[in-house]
Ligand binder design. Sequence first.
Ligand code: F6R
Length: 256
Amino acid sequence: MASETRSGATRDYTLTVVDDYALLSALAADAVSETLAQTPGAALTLPTGDTPLGMYSELVRRIDAGELDFSQAQFFCLDDYLGSTPEDEASLTRWLKTVFLDPARVPEANVHYVPTAAEDPVAAAAGYDREIAHFGGLELAVVGLGPNGHIGFNEPGSGPDDPTRIVDLQPATRAQSAAYWDGKADIPAQAMTIGLGTILQAKRIVLIVSGEGKAEIVHASLEGPETTDVPGSFLRRAGDRLEVILDQGAASKLEM
Ligand code: F6R
């Protein structure tokens, strides 16, 4: 396994390009471990999707081996479909429970669900940001990158000051999401996501991207202009609080 940290004259953030997915997953897990070693009660958010699967297996392994204590962490789910509950088969929260929260035995009291089924979801979304603030703000946000440049469900059109809120999902995002359930799930047209503004306030942001299929959007996010067409392009505003971990495929269209 090998990794190369690239330095760039115009870059404040850290860019690490790894040879394989196992190393990408281990480095992302290291960010979680380091955060909780420093601040055991840290508020953090971690993504769902294909990219973080390896990170979650590694985190569960570390917890089982007694190398990582997750018992005090405040886990804030990143996003979910509007109206969904953890009982719904195609809910991201349920996905998280299956893949990580249950196997890692994260105490239920420390898990903060995106209030997608609240009676007043607009007010509840604002309340979710207040809850994050109550726990001192996000110590760590690990995020993936959507094929359309979305971060969480901050779809194109989202800006760097956006709070946690309800968003319309693009058809491509709904299709991408349905694929997590073999294309059989009926994905709602709207979702609730931690806002890009909330993510950008995190003390440490780790972006993980794998595969050549994302190379173009990685290039647009890291080397293109800042634009609401590519929400990932705003991550660079975090400066040295941002760490980008890519595999060779995802990095293959970077110019530096
Ligand atoms: C999911 C999420 C999304 C994904 C992104 C990449 O909670 O927030 O932004 O991180 O769509 O998904 P994968 O990893 O499946 O390519």
